[in-house]
Design a protein around this ligand. Structure first.
Ligand code: 16G
Length: 255
């Protein structure tokens, strides 16, 4: 087993004082896994050893471990310690997975909160009807939220869900995907497109930026395994605070 001293030799936890301690610790461990200093199946030093060596509280170490476990990098088993589960993935890779805003932010170690801008049951707009393959008389539930990460307003999202998928407007608390999951209707596939826009004044003021500031406008249609469309979400992400990264691979030519 790698000792705490080996794992953290030369490491200065406080070198970046704008980063919370647990995040710096988490990053260091993730890098050790990425660089192969910690391998799949290796045990990591105990919370107590790390806390003693680095002179931080066990809560800090626990938070770093819990975040790494949530990302699937470590696995924690009561009584038997914490081990490396798989090579660390970079955050960016998560962009090719179908994750929710709440999950995305959790993976980055950020706290999310949502401010409700509105929720309503109504007939679909022509655009919503098209994207969700609804007839003009079907109902949708529409959820509008200002989404924050560590209190920074990051995105405005307007989601429309065919009304029959959710028990009602109150079904969504903090996470739409959690609510859909509960009723077995979480999307398993999505089509997404994005383009750059200049924010109009109403959206700019919600996002605390100047009118005309750049943003990413993203549309997502989420589908169930049956092929039914279950969400149509439009998001306006602040251009200065969010990166979308996609991993591209060569597809072998069909013979
Ligand atoms: C993301 C999705 C959005 C989805 C939401 C659910 C993008 C561009 N959009 O923001 O389509 O509705 O997550 O998040 O990623 P929630 O479960 O936290 O409400």
């Amino acid at each position: 087993m790698t000792t705490a001293r080996q794992l953290f030799s030369g490491f200065d936890l406080r070198q970046n004082d704008r980063q919370p301690l647990y995040a710096a610790l988490k990053r260091h461990i993730a890098e050790a896994v990425e660089q192969g200093r910690l391998k799949e199946g290796d045990f990591v030093p105990s919370e107590r050893d790390v806390a003693d060596l680095l002179q931080v509280s066990r809560v800090t170490v626990r938070k770093a471990f819990a975040n790494l476990a949530a990302e699937g990098i470590l696995s924690q088993r009561r009584g038997s310690g914490t081990m490396v589960r798989r090579p660390a993935k970079r955050f960016e890779e998560s962009m090719s997975r179908l994750t929710s805003f709440t999950e995305d932010m959790r993976l980055r170690g950020l706290q999310t909160s949502a401010e409700w801008l509105g929720r309503a049951a109504s007939l679909p707009s022509p655009e919503e009807a098209m994207k969700l393959s609804l007839s003009p008389n079907d109902n949708v539930l529409r959820f509008s939220r200002l989404r924050r990460a560590n209190d920074l307003p990051l995105a405005i999202e307007i989601s429309a869900v065919p009304a029959h998928w959710l028990p009602g407007l109150e079904a969504v608390d903090t996470s739409l995907y959690e609510a859909l999951q509960k009723v077995g209707a979480r999307p398993v596939r999505a089509m997404q497109r994005l383009h750059a826009i200049a924010l109009p004044s109403d959206k700019a003021s919600l996002l605390h930026v100047a009118t005309g500031a750049p943003a990413l406008f993203i549309e997502r249609v989420g589908y169930l395994a049956s092929g039914a469309a279950v969400e149509y979400t439009r998001s306006w992400f602040r251009g200065d605070s969010y990166d979308f990264v996609a991993e591209l691979v060569t597809v072998p030519e069909a013979s």
